[in-house]
Design a binder for this molecule. Structure first.
Ligand code: NOJ
Length: 975
């Protein structure tokens, strides 16, 4: 029997009144009237419905009748005193808890007004960009032939685990639009077999290599395509890394918007070059895991990231701009609220910034259950809801699906909006060439995310009986992608310290060094060297542990660390542990390898003598984190601190003191999701080298060996700052671990000053600065030239007129009969369909729209094309420098350009310097190369809140500094 849905606002899921973006019209109750039969699924939220609970209790007692009630209660009269005492204690505790609850309720009563983000309506229609015009034309033809139910199908997920992929919408069969298959995630294909586990985003960022960024994206998409995926749920450029302990920073490319922007855009281009749609995520300011979504952390609301307009533009939204400019097909809006309005229902963000200002032509999809209202999100610019279920996981009770059908029929969601949603999705499909059936056959993926068995059901999440079919075909799509994975892992390894110990030779140390060091060591310990060179490998992180896939979604830290955990992780096909590669690569005839794959190696007895004899010790330590749905140890998604985990610091200290009795050379290798503190041992005299290998993916050991033995000269650079303490990053860098209200509030009051910008602004000395990374060779910089390309001017050229016109469709609301379940249709339980059982309750009318809905918004001067005003992407000045390799090895170098804004108008806050260019170039020893940085108008501008545009300061000079890190600046120039 179809039950009436409970109104979520009564259950505290949504505030009763949402003035702007998350608007729920008064008719919402009806609007959510459910066609699903799954309301019986109770979850954590149901206990809130106290009045309902007590009502049903009295109903239960009433139904028993007076005599049976009495017979239940009567035995109490005869109970002993003890029972009475027990009962009074329970009642006492209950009263105390209730009083406590009342106090908390009082405290939290002052929750902020919902929707402090300004309204921006209506949603700009897609189809204005020259680059998309042909796809929109084709889409218009297809959409105009769709029925209402088909249109709704295209916009709404079919429900959690209803298809093979983590997300599927439904097809528009009679016009030939297929079901789309959406799959995580940024570092490989989640829940799939025979795929590549690439290095994580943070490792990619650390390569600073644009070609590799592109190549990894392309290889990832080749695999996705061959597995039958249409849409990849990556790359990730948010979180940006405001908080170094943020749980998911590792999925992105580093704590700087420019680096994220380039890496995100290159990845998008790589993915889309194979015809797979990329999804740039999470828009925006999902900077921490704690409280990221309602109920996951016990609170009814997600955290609100409160950001001002300028900071949003210059930091958090910046990399999304690059992705849009690169033609990204999809943007995933995030779980959190921004300025107290859910990101997926925030009209300023989606309609205003993304679709008008950035001219985004693709479709906005919700993160999984990030949609928190029905009509409100449609009006605010959401185009696709995922996974389709609404406020609760896997119950099939969608906020769209049949509700969207109803809303269009009664007029509360304008038909024009629905048409635009669908057109954006269909146009993206054409834009990527997925209409070519030879390349994209209309078949489900050849793997199931939900079972490893060959046979299973198509809708795993539905309890309805289904026929078993072949769901896993185990197709190997890895090709030679391990080569790219290995290159990224090697180039993403940062050499932090090297006192004449690296590169090693296969015999242990390079011959000359070897002799000298041996003499020293053995003189110091008063022994004679005999036999082979003695190397010790220490730490659990060097070994395979219990296998890379021991914990679900990689949600624990054991064995060597290849990735963080959560939806951004994959099933490793294999993981080359460092020990395996070292065993393989050290010359066994010359090297005696001693393995201690534990963080508490033995110290006494026979081991003591061995440790005293070691000449070289390599210690592996790590730090892990991940998505907030899983916790490991004291890491609830976000790390509780920046410490190396599992006693790694103590391990390094012990090894340093015992390796060759304190005279052996120690190399520390760190695998980590982000910055870790190294203060406890970094200055120990025999800690001679430190490698920061980030999260290297399946080729971990091989890539590390490439660096250790000098087959690859290190060229990785830090994509974040390694401070001396968490405090040094500033107040804003701290994760909010305990809620400060029923809607946790996080004010981004540090503004532009995150990571290195904070250290520079407040004169803090980092341990290793942003951009830092050593090489086995050295480079000399000279001859910086500034080559103006265009004349400076404050504002970009006028916003151009649209290059194309969005399609128009008939505005006649379709006949309600289009929305009814077809005759003889056998629905699967929990599956989200677009259909209604009856149209009797549909009352067309003039429904109220959110406040501000009728205010005409001025079009942004920063907009006008895909990526925004084209003038913002014009190169205004180029800077060239010469880089010579004057050291002993060939190698790649990463010249980085930092910009300081003109001094004029000092009241405008600005970072001391900001990254605005980088290239990786390979320079042979003795050779010189010229590197050119092209700076666009956007690169040279700040976001002027009053003028609502990017503004160039023209009345003074820009300063350029080029060097090898944000602090190692070698050559300078002005314009
Ligand atoms: C939630 C995550 O935040 C998002 O990144 C992911 O793509 C979806 N789940 C789907 O797994």
């Amino acid at each position: 029997m179809a039950k009436k849905a409970k109104d979520p606002s009564q259950k505290g899921l949504l505030r009763a009144h949402s003035p702007h973006d998350n608007f729920r019209a008064p008719f919402d109750d009806d609007w959510r009237g459910s066609d699903s039969d799954s309301d019986s699924d109770l979850d954590a939220t149901d206990f809130l419905d106290e009045s309902a609970a007590s009502e049903s209790k009295s109903a239960f007692l009433a139904a028993l009748g007076p005599r049976r009630q009495w017979s239940i209660l009567r035995p109490l009269a005869g109970r002993s005193r003890c029972c009475i005492i027990l009962l009074s204690t329970i009642v006492g505790i209950w009263i105390l808890l209730a009083a406590g609850g009342a106090v908390i309720y009082k405290k939290y009563q002052d929750e902020p007004v919902y929707g402090q983000s300004p309204p921006w309506y209506p949603t700009p229609r897609g189809g204005i960009a020259s680059t998309w015009a042909a796809s929109y034309e084709k889409a218009a033809k297809m959409v105009s032939r769709m029925t209402l139910a088909e249109k709704v199908n295209v916009t709404t997920g079919t429900g959690w685990q209803m298809g093979y992929a983590v997300g599927t919408n439904a097809p528009a069969i009679h016009v030939g639009f297929p079901q789309l298959q959406l799959q995580d995630g940024p570092l490989g294909i989640r829940f799939a077999d025979n795929i590549t586990a690439f290095p994580a985003g943070i490792t990619v960022g650390a390569t600073w290599n644009r070609q590799l960024m592109y190549a990894r994206g392309k290889a990832h998409a080749i695999e996705a395509h061959q597995k039958g995926i249409n849409v990849l749920l990556g790359p990730c450029v948010g979180p940006l890394g405001r908080m170094p302990a943020g749980g998911r920073n590792w999925e992105g490319f580093g704590a700087d918007p420019y680096l994220q922007g380039i890496a995100g855009a290159e990845t998008v281009k790589g993915i889309q070059s194979e015809g797979v749609m990329a999804t740039i995520k999470h828009f925006v300011a999902n900077e921490q895991e704690h409280f990221r979504q309602p109920w996951e952390w016990g609170l009814p609301h997600a955290i609100s990231a409160n950001i001002d307009d300028r900071v949003l533009h210059e930091l958090y939204a910046w990399p999304f701009g690059d992705a849009v400019k690169a033609g990204v097909a999809s943007v995933m809006c995030s779980y959190n609220q921004v300025n107290n309005s859910y990101a997926c229902g925030n009209s300023k963000l989606l309609n205003g910034i993304l679709k008008d200002e950035l001219g985004f032509q693709g479709f906005v999809m919700s993160d999984w259950l990030a949609q928190r209202s029905g009509v409100g999100t449609a009006l605010a610019g959401l185009d696709m809801t995922m996974p389709g279920d609404g406020l609760k996981w896997a119950n099939g009770d969608s906020l769209w699906g049949p509700q969207l059908t109803r809303a269009v029929l009664n007029g509360s969601v304008p038909l024009e909006r629905l048409n635009d949603m669908v057109t954006r999705i269909v146009a993206s499909w054409y834009q990527l060439g997925q209409d070519d059936e030879k390349k994209f056959p209309r078949e489900p993926p050849n793997f199931s995310s939900w079972t490893n068995d060959r046979f299973g059901v198509a809708s795993y999440g539905s309890p309805s009986p289904q026929e078993k079919i072949e769901v896993n075909k185990f197709i190997d799509v890895q090709a030679n992608h391990s080569i790219i994975a290995r290159e990224v892992a090697a180039e993403g390894t940062v050499l932090l310290k090297n006192e004449n110990v690296l590169p090693l030779s296969r015999e242990g140390l390079p011959e000359a060094k070897l002799m000298a060091r041996r003499d020293n060591i053995y003189r110091a310990i008063g022994k004679r060297h005999e036999g082979k060179f003695k190397v010790g490998i220490f730490g659990e992180d060097a070994g395979p542990g219990e296998g890379p896939n021991k914990c679900k979604d990689r949600g624990c830290n054991q064995g060597t660390l290849g990735s963080g955990w959560g939806s951004g992780a994959v099933e490793f096909p294999y993981l080359v542990a460092p020990i395996a590669a070292l065993r393989d690569q050290f010359d066994g005839s010359k090297v005696d390898l001693h393995e201690y794959l534990s963080n508490k190696p033995p110290v006494g007895g026979a081991e003591r003598a061995i440790l005293e004899d070691l000449e070289l010790c390599i210690v592996f330590v790590n730090a892990d984190s991940g998505e907030g749905f899983t916790k490991w140890d004291d890491v609830s998604g976000d790390r509780p601190n920046l410490d190396i985990q599992k006693g790694g610091d103590a391990l390094v200290q012990r090894v340093a003191s015992q390796c060759g009795s304190g005279t052996g050379d120690v190399i520390v290798v760190i695998h980590a999701v982000g910055p870790v503190l190294v203060e406890k041992w970094i200055e120990l005299p025999n800690v001679k080298a430190v490698l920061f290998a980030h999260l290297p993916g399946q080729e971990s050991g091989n890539a590390l060996a490439d660096i250790l033995f000098g087959d690859v000269n290190p060229s990785g650079h830090l994509p974040f700052t390694i401070g001396k303490s968490l405090e040094d990053y500033g107040k804003g860098a701290k994760v909010l671990y305990t809620p400060n209200g029923v809607v946790p509030q996080q004010d981004f009051s540090e503004g532009l000053f995150i990571d290195y910008r904070f250290f520079d602004q407040f004169g803090k000395t980092p341990r290793f600065e942003f951009g830092f990374g050593l090489s086995y060779t050295t480079f000399e910089y000279s001859n910086l030239q500034v080559v103006p390309q265009k004349t400076k001017s404050e504002l970009p050229a006028r916003r151009p007129n649209p290059a194309a016109q969005p399609p128009t469709y008939s505005s006649d609301i379709p006949h309600a009969s289009e929305a009814l379940f077809p005759a003889d249709f056998r629905p699967l339980k929990k599956y989200v369909y677009p259909y209604l059982n009856s149209t009797d309750d549909i009352v067309p009318g003039q429904y109220p729209y959110p406040d501000g809905y009728d205010t005409v918004q001025p079009l942004s001067g920063a907009g006008g094309e895909e990526g925004g005003n084209p003038d913002l992407w014009e190169v205004y000045v180029s800077v060239t420098v010469e880089v010579a390799n004057n050291g002993a090895y060939d190698g790649a170098v990463v010249p980085q350009l930092y910009l300081s804004l003109p001094l004029a108008r000092q009241w405008i806050a600005r970072p001391v310097r900001a990254l605005r260019g980088f290239h990786k170039v390979y320079v042979r020893k003795g050779e010189t190369q010229t590197v050119t940085f092209d700076l666009t108008r956007r690169d040279l501008s700040y976001w002027d809140v009053e003028r609502q545009n990017w503004v160039m300061l023209v009345d003074d000079e820009f300063k350029f500094a080029v060097g090898e890190s944000s602090r190692d600046l070698r050559v300078f120039g002005t314009w």
